[in-house]
Design a protein around this ligand. Sequence first.
Ligand SMILES: [Zn+2]
Length: 317
Amino acid sequence: MPSPRYFLNHFVPFIGYPYKGEATACNLCTCAETVVVAKSDRRLKTLTSVACVQCGLIRTDPMPTPDELAHYYAHAYRADYQLAFAGGPPRHHLKRSAREAEFRATLLAPKLVPGARVLDFGSGSGEFLAAVRNLGCEAVGVEPGRDYAAFARSQYGVDVLDEADDDRFPAGHFDVITTHHVFEHLRDPANVAERLARWLKPDGLLYIAVPNMAATGKPPHERFHFAHVHGFVRQTLDLTARRAGLVPHPDFWREDTTVVYARTDAPVPALANPGLAGRLAIDLEPMPAAAFLASGAWVMPMLRRNAKAVRDTFASK
Ligand SMILES: [Zn+2]
């Protein structure tokens, strides 16, 4: 069990998270030079995020080590987001997940024919796997969250692996691979993109969705979260895919950072988005803390989050 102090340090605002981390180069382009884009997160805790000056990919600095992230997921993350897990995943997670699975299955419908091989990388509570299995596809999921994986297996009878190394599947195996709000949690998203691209058939599709760090209508700090060690905008998501030999598929609708990619043989261009880091630093510049507190912009998100937790806690009893 973590100490009470470790636990508390994850929730008290205006101080940093209990981790040391390590300096890392950009996972996408290997450049080490950065600009700071944020110094706090959605809990108003101290957390430094930087953008790579060469390609614009945002990352937490220092980057939590694999052990620190594992510790966080095992203790603080679970307490924070899964208070009601004793009765299964929180209801609002399941509702949202079912809606999202339907959207994804509709979008990819032309490829989800009987017999198609489908991988959902980061399959969560399993709604998308169940949806494509019901369409006659051969569906498999990968989900490191043990509770979610167990729920998916028992609730829907779907096939879920705890993890999948490079050689878990042969090259050119899948017709469709999807990964929904996973890449922002990974220390090595560019490497994982390459692995997923390798597992795709030559005419296969890779669906990737991540939060858009350039989304308007939210106070800038609301976009930062300790579990999100990388932050994407459309240009950096496209470049991550491009490095893996993928380009946006012209036949599929795309909304900012929800994109369907297809393989290409064209050579990989320079891994750069000139000027992007500077623009992100301006767009994500926080309000001064006092002005932010006075504006009350933090009240509604906090009430919403608490209301959901309370609802789920009582609904599951
Ligand atoms: Zn970079």
